[in-house]
Design a protein around this ligand. Structure first.
Ligand SMILES: [Cu+2]
Length: 181
């Protein structure tokens, strides 16, 4: 009887510890500071997005202001640079960040739940007052993949397809932040 009681107590302790610290998530977290993109460099600061590993994937928790209301394409881009770059003779805000993070060279924009770009995230939702606080989850991504990349918010939404518009139809780059260690 005594032996059974001790075993149950030990088991309870083990289960509790496992629930608090999943073995497959290292608990790593980083905070990214975002700014509006600008033709002349980096624009005004608009807040932060916290990235953390959870047992369900990467949780991205925004605390952003001064954005346009509605759904916005939200992606990890390849380069740690949110500045402008030249394309077809024009200066394009945020273009220095390069394309969507695609370490397996799929060349396909398929959203967060298919095997396309690893950097495809669920859209960011901005409230009527221009703030974004609703977290999103990217199940294929973990924090350790991300230092040296950038986090991008596009002007328009994202249909997780290259049709009818490429890269989900997000269009121009609205806000961006470089992901540090
Ligand atoms: Cu993008």
């Amino acid at each position: 009887m005594l032996r059974n009681s001790v075993s149950i107590a030990a088991l309870t302790t083990l289960i509790t510890a496992a629930a608090v610290t999943p073995a497959y998530a290292d608990g790593h977290a980083v905070t990214v500071e975002l700014s509006l993109t600008d033709v002349s460099g980096i624009g005004a600061a608009v807040g932060t997005v916290a990235l953390e590993d959870t047992e369900y994937g990467l949780l991205l928790t925004p605390d952003l202001v001064n954005l346009t209301p509605g759904a916005h394409g939200f992606h990890i881009h390849t380069n740690p640079d949110c500045g402008p770059a030249m394309k077809d003779g024009k200066i394009v805000p945020g273009l220095a960040a390069g394309g969507h993070f695609d370490p397996f060279n799929t060349g396909v924009h398929a959203g967060p739940y298919e095997d396309g770009h690893l950097g495809d995230l669920p859209p960011l939702f901005v409230d009527e007052d221009g703030t974004a606080t609703l977290p999103v989850l990217a199940p294929r991504v973990e924090v350790s993949f991300l230092p040296g990349r950038s986090l991008m918010v596009h002007m328009h939404g994202d249909n997780f397809s290259d049709e009818p518009a490429p890269l989900g139809g997000g269009g121009p780059r609205l806000a961006c932040g470089v992901i540090g260690e």
